[in-house]
Structure formats: structure tokens, C-alpha cells
Design a protein around this ligand. Sequence first.
Ligand SMILES: O=C[C@H](O)[C@H](O)[C@H](O)COP(=O)(O)O
Length: 261
Amino acid sequence: MSDTLSPIDTAKFVAARKAVEFVEDGMKLGLGTGSTAAWMVRCLGEMVREGGLKVLGVPTSGRTAELARQQGIEVVSLDEAKWLDLTIDGADEFDAELNLIKGGGGALLQEKIVATASDQMIVITDVSKQVETLGAFPLPVEVIPFGWQTTKALVEETLVSMDVLGQHSTLRMNGEVPFVTDEGNHIIDLHLQRIGNARQLALVLNQIPGVVENGLFIDICDKVIIGHGDGRVSTRDVVSGEETEERVDFAESDNIFSDLD
Ligand SMILES: O=C[C@H](O)[C@H](O)[C@H](O)COP(=O)(O)O
């Protein structure tokens, strides 16, 4: 059935399929958001329904919570789970140190809280998200709606003072109205081209009143699994620096593909 998937979906699927191999019975799991994470939730659902795997899932968005429940995964809140063994999530960009930009789907706040409350974070991605320097993907910054224009101006002033390349920012829209996150906030996307010092920018942005969180994930990801359109996956570990490559077997995945609309 893998021939029904486009190369990009194949890449996302194989990364997700590989990632769930790290899941063990009884684990408390952070479930990421986005199209790649959705493949992981489907793979996990199959392991729960057909393999008898028992896990507790903490979703990072309403969308993921709905999909996880549909898949038969037991969903709990982070406060119920308290601490997680593993979070598996997608990313919009990652660099050689496995620092990330996330939030293209607007879920960065819950994603960062959940990943930070986990022993380990595995990022699943296709190879197009790999960059030398973060910043080509617009950096999402979640802000509270009150005074958002003032917050946006302060963010831009901060970028100028830090000499960040390209200091243009836009309020994310959902058609004619501002996009609203699961927490009731807005997103300002920073069009920076290149982030020279991501660690410093992440800290400075969060000092601005009105900013709730930013999409830079620094020193949070432990492992990245990169899927390829031909079914190969590369797994890179931040501690060992090792990278391994293998091919993912599609043979037993028919149930997952048949669940798709
Ligand atoms: O807010 C969304 C998340 O950070 C996603 O994990 C990220 O945008 C990647 O999504 P996708 O897997 O759909 O490219």
C-alpha cells in the first residue's frame, strides 16, 4: 500500500514508524502535533489495538487528542501524567545540534511544555526540514491577544537591537481573522531568514511582556529520525553524535493506510 503515498508522506510515515519502535509498554508519552506526528499517532494506535500495547498519551493539541482517542490510545492531561518517558513530535526546522523551530501548526506552547516534561524527545521529520542555520522558516511567537500590536512592536525593536537579519513580522491569520491557538492566544511569525544566536533569541523573546512562548526548542530534542521518500530512515542521536540508516518495512502497515480518509 505504500505506493499510494506520495514521497513526502512516505518520508513522514517511515520516520513515524521508526520512532514508535522506541515506545515501551507502560510508557507515558507526549504526542506531538502536525502531519508527521499524526502518522506516529496512527502507528501507535495500531500497536495499542492490535499489539495490546498499554500507554498513556498526553496530546499537545485538541487535534492530536481527537486523533489519539479515535485510535484507541488512552489520553490523559499532563497534570495527571506529571512526568513523561518520551515525547515524539514533528518540527519545522532542525539544525546539526538538533535545535528546532516548531509551531508552524500553532501548537508550540503545549508542545514545548510537554517536551520539556519528558525524559526524552524524539523528532520525526523529512529531510527537507534540515538546515545549516535555523531561521528560513518563519519563527512563531505566541502572544496574548491583549495589546498584541504593542507586543509585536516590542518584538521588532528587540530584533533590531539584536541585529537579527530581516526584522519583519506578521500576525498569523485564519482567513479574515487572527489565528487563535488552543490557549486562546495569537501567533506572530518572525521572518528572519537566519538566526545567528538562537539560544539568546529564545531567551530574549520570552522576556517581552505579552510574549507567552517562542518556537525555538533549544537543547530539548535528543534524537531526530529523518524519513526519506524511498523508505529509508536515518536516526541521529544528539549525545553520541551517531547516525544510523535503515529501511522501514511497509508490509504490515495496511491497516494504518486503510484508516485514512
Ligand atoms: O505547531 C505545530 C508543530 O510544531 C508541528 O510539529 C510542526 O509544525 C511540523 O508539522 P508537520 O509535521 O505537519 O510538518
